[in-house]
Design a protein around this ligand. Structure first.
Ligand code: NDP
Ligand code: 8X3
Length: 250
């Protein structure tokens, strides 16, 4: 894998950061993206002994910034073999009639449109080379809808649909397209969803949630399969979770 380059969005935290660490162990060159530059710098420093690292600071909602950032890549990082579309979050957990318009905009703009912008900026070089792999981080919320999940679930259902569309349209080019759909993962996700409210601290209490490293290992598994194998779609839960609404807590 050491001659491959991966671009990871949302690399400053949680699943994206754990994936950067996992890929670095295997010598994959890294383009790490996020909005918090100080975190990107810290991760770059930690991983640059293991592999080559370049950081890009942009908001996936900003179309121009996405294209400019990817255009700006230096020669050594220009060829992207693996794209991990991971940046995303839930914003709020409210019944539809009480939903906040800004929360809805954030989820659709980041989770769906942001993923599309980054993909659009990267896919042409993959189709040209007739090779590459795209991994979209969906969610169990893309497989089922749960109470008050409404727009977040819609955004993740869209990610699953876009993934399937990509797999179909990119099939003639030999490009692998994968959806990894985790259930509850202990990251900053709940802090963002509940905007720092104390409720966030209760989400992962009373059971052992998935850890970001658990997802990173599955992502690495997917990218390290032989050329003829594509892991198309993965649904992952912690053992305590059976569905979005059934979690066996102490
Ligand atoms: P974190 O909050 O820990 O990480 C989210 C990452 O997304 C951060 O690196 C953040 O970087 C980046 N990000 C958020 N908004 C933007 C933006 N506008 N532009 C660029 N980057 C952005 O959450 P997770 O690691 O849990 O989430 C990663 C993905 O996994 C998301 O798509 C989420 O929906 C999905 N997921 C999470 C689950 C969970 O239970 N935690 C379960 C299933 C799926 P920065 O703020 O620096 O820009
Ligand atoms: C994150 C998992 O259950 O909070 O996508 O929607 S959940």
């Amino acid at each position: 894998m050491s001659n491959k380059t991966a671009l990871i969005t949302g690399a400053t935290s949680g699943i994206g950061r754990a994936t950067a660490h996992e890929f670095a162990k295997h010598g994959i060159n890294l383009i790490l993206c996020g909005r918090r530059q100080e975190r990107l710098d810290t991760i770059e420093k930690a991983l640059e002994k293991q592999t080559k690292v370049h950081t890009l600071n942009f908001d996936v909602r900003d179309k121009t910034a996405v294209f400019d950032a990817i255009q700006s890549l230096p020669k050594d990082f220009k060829q992207i073999d693996i794209l991990i579309n991971n940046a995303g979050n839930a914003h709020g957990l409210d019944p539809i009639q009480e939903g906040d318009l800004d929360d809805w905009d954030a989820m659709m703009d980041i989770n769906v449109k942001g993923l599309l912008y980054v993909s659009k900026a990267v896919i042409p070089q993959m189709t040209k080379r007739q090779t590459g792999q795209i991994i979209n981080i969906g969610s169990s919320a893309g497989k089922e809808v749960y109470p008050n999940g409404n727009v977040y679930c819609a955004s993740k259902h869209a990610v699953v649909a876009v993934t399937e569309g990509m797999r179909i349209d990119l099939n003639p080019y030999g490009i692998k397209v994968t959806a990894i759909n985790p259930g509850l993962v202990e990251t900053e996700f709940s802090k963002v969803r509940f905007k720092g409210d104390a409720k966030a601290d209760t989400v992962y209490k009373g059971y052992k949630a998935l850890q970001p490293e658990d997802i990173a290992e599955v992502i690495y598994f997917a990218v390290s399969r032989p050329a003829h194998v594509n892991i198309a779609d993965v649904l992952m839960f912690c053992t305590a979770q059976a569905s979005s609404t059934i979690v066996n807590k102490n």
